[in-house]
Write a protein that binds this ligand. Structure first.
Ligand code: FMN
Length: 289
C-alpha cells in the first residue's frame, strides 16, 4: 500500500490485542498479552481496515481511514437469516422490463453494494461503469450480435464444419443455431441480448488482476441482491460476456471507452411486475464432509 501511516494512540489503547489478532499481515503485533501494540512494516499494510473496525477504543490512527470513515455497526438491525433467504429466493432474472429508466439514486446504491464485496488482498482493482445512454446500449447489443454472426458464419463454413463438428458437436447442436436465431430475433426488433435493460453495469479490472473474475462476480451478487431489495430487475449479461471473449482483445472496452478487461455485466431495468411466487429449484449436490 506504500505510504500508509499507522500509529497507536497510547492514550486510548486498552491493550486488548484484538487489532493484532485480526491483522492479516501481522503489521500490528502484541508480543505479550495485555502489552503494548507494536507496528511493524506499515508499508506492507493492505488497508483492509480490520484494525480500525475492531478497535472499540478508536485508538488506531490509520491514514487510509481518517476520522469519519468508520461507523458503528448496529447488529440488531441486520437482516435476519430468514429475511436474507427470502431476498435470495425473490431475486430472479426478471426479463419483463418497461422502458422506465432506473432512477439514478437506485443505480448508485446498486453500485455501492457492488463496491462492498471483498477483493483479493484488498487490492480493490475493480472498476464499475454504468451505461444508460441508449445509443451506447444499442452499440453493446449490436456488438454482441455481430460477434455471434461472425462466429456462426465461421462455424457453418463447410470446411470448418467438417473439421470441427466431429470433435465439438455441441457447437453445432447448440451454439450455431442459437447465434442464428439471436440474429433473426434482433433483426425483427426484439432485444434478446439486453432484454430491453435501460442500464448496463460493466465490472472491469486491469488484465493483470488474476482474481478479476472472482471479484467481479462477488460484486455482481452484492449488486443483484441490492437491486432486488429495491424492486429493480437485473439480468446477468452472459451473451455479452461471451461475445467480448470471442471478439478481438480490447474491442469491447474500446467501444465503451473503458479500461481493462470486462469480467461481469449486469443488465438493469424497471420490471413490468414482480413475481408473486418463489420456486423450489432442482436440487444441487450438497456435501458435508
Ligand atoms: C453466468 C450467467 C450468464 C447468464 N447469461 C444470461 C443471458 O445472457 N441472458 C439472459 O437472459 N439470462 C442470462 N442469465 C440468467 C440465467 O438464465 C438465470 O440466472 C437462470 O435461469 C436462473 O434464473 P434466476 O436468475 O431468475 O434465478 C445468466 C446467468 C448467469 C449466472
Amino acid at each position: 500500500m506504500g505510504n500508509v501511516s499507522l500509529r497507536i494512540d497510547a492514550t486510548r489503547c486498552v491493550h486488548c490485542g484484538k487489532c493484532a489478532w485480526v491483522c492479516p499481515s501481522e503489521i500490528l503485533r502484541q508480543e505479550v498479552k495485555g502489552g503494548e501494540i507494536q507496528v511493524h512494516h506499515p508499508e506492507e499494510c493492505i488497508a483492509c481496515g480490520h484494525c480500525v473496525a475492531v478497535c472499540a477504543a478508536e485508538a488506531i490512527q490509520h491514514s487510509s481511514f481518517p476520522a469519519g470513515s468508520t461507523h458503528p455497526i448496529d447488529y440488531d438491525h441486520l437482516p435476519s437469516p430468514a429475511q436474507l433467504l427470502a431476498l435470495m429466493q425473490a431475486r430472479r432474472s426478471n426479463r419483463a422490463l418497461t422502458n422506465r429508466p432506473v432512477p439514478h439514486e437506485a443505480l448508485a446504491r446498486i453500485v455501492e453494494a457492488a463496491t462492498l464485496a471483498p477483493t483479493a488482498t484488498n487490492a480493490r482493482l475493480l472498476s464499475f461503469t454504468v451505461v444508460t445512454d441508449p445509443q451506447k446500449l444499442r452499440a453493446v447489443a449490436d456488438f454482441t450480435i455481430q460477434v455471434f454472426d461472425r462466429l456462426a458464419n465461421l462455424l457453418l463454413n463447410p470446411v470448418v464444419k467438417c473439421l470441427v463438428k466431429p470433435f465439438q458437436p455441441e457447437l453445432y447442436e447448440k451454439y450455431a443455431p442459437m447465434f442464428v436465431s439471436l440474429k433473426e430475433a434482433y433483426a425483427k426488433g426484439e432485444d434478446p441480448i439486453l432484454r430491453k435493460a435501460t442500464a448496463l453495469l460493466v465490472i472491469h479490472s486491469p488484465k493483470s488482476n488474476r482474481f478479476g473474475a472472482e471479484e467481479a462476480n462477488l460484486a455482481y451478487q452484492n449488486a443483484s441482491l441490492m437491486a432486488e431489495s429495491m424492486g429493480i430487475s437485473q439480468i446477468y449479461m452472459g451473451f455479452v460476456l461471451t461475445a467480448i471473449r470471442q471478439a478481438k482483445k480490447g474491442a469491447f472496452a474500446r467501444l465503451l471507452g473503458i479500461d481493462g478487461e470486462v469480467f461481469a455485466l449486469m443488465g438493469l431495468g424497471m420490471p413490468a411486475f414482480r413475481y408473486p411466487r418463489a420456486v423450489d429449484h432442482q436440487e444441487q449436490p450438497i456435501h458435508f464432509l
